[in-house]
Design a protein around this ligand. Sequence first.
Ligand code: GRF
Length: 202
Amino acid sequence: MADRKIGVLVSGRGSNLQALIDNIRAGVLPVKISVVISDNGAAYALARARAAGIAACVIERGRFADKAAFEKALSEKLEECGAELVAMAGFMRLLGTYFINRWPLRIMNIHPSLLPSFPGLNAQAQAIEYGAKISGCTVHFVDEGMDTGPIIIQKAAPVLGNDTEDALSARILEQEHLAYTEAIRLWAENRLEVSGRLVKIK
Ligand code: GRF
């Protein structure tokens, strides 16, 4: 059976994208990345995609009159490339109604905290400031809220006594790179069953 196709949305560094590329190459993630789309022309993730021979394109929000028009362009590009799942990997925008209605339970995001703790920006700094002893990462389906959709996989990482934001981010990132592959592999193997906000792994 042909590998299922996914599209990846990025805005920056792209280390999660790289982990997916590496795991596909290593034969542990049975999907094909058919397109990488960035909303930022300077994203290093674009170079990673091109180096791996993956179609990469830039779709900037500023070129569109409103959010729906921007999301329509994103959606059309993904469809044109045959994507069945959209993986947000450091994509720094909240998707709106247009996009979410078009890709129901077909958008995943990775967030650097154990949701529902510390949603939104700077999740690692939030965990340190709050005094959490354990944080980690969450892969979830995307709904219209900020990091609120059904949780697929979580992995923990300790918060150490004298942690800096950078040190904790790096520790969590190692877990992110494992978790995203695991979640997408479960999807590719048709092993995710969603009922309300509960995701059962078959
Ligand atoms: C990751 O920490 C991810 O959880 C968050 O944005 C960061 C992206 O990192 N959503 P990278 O671009 O994948 O290296």
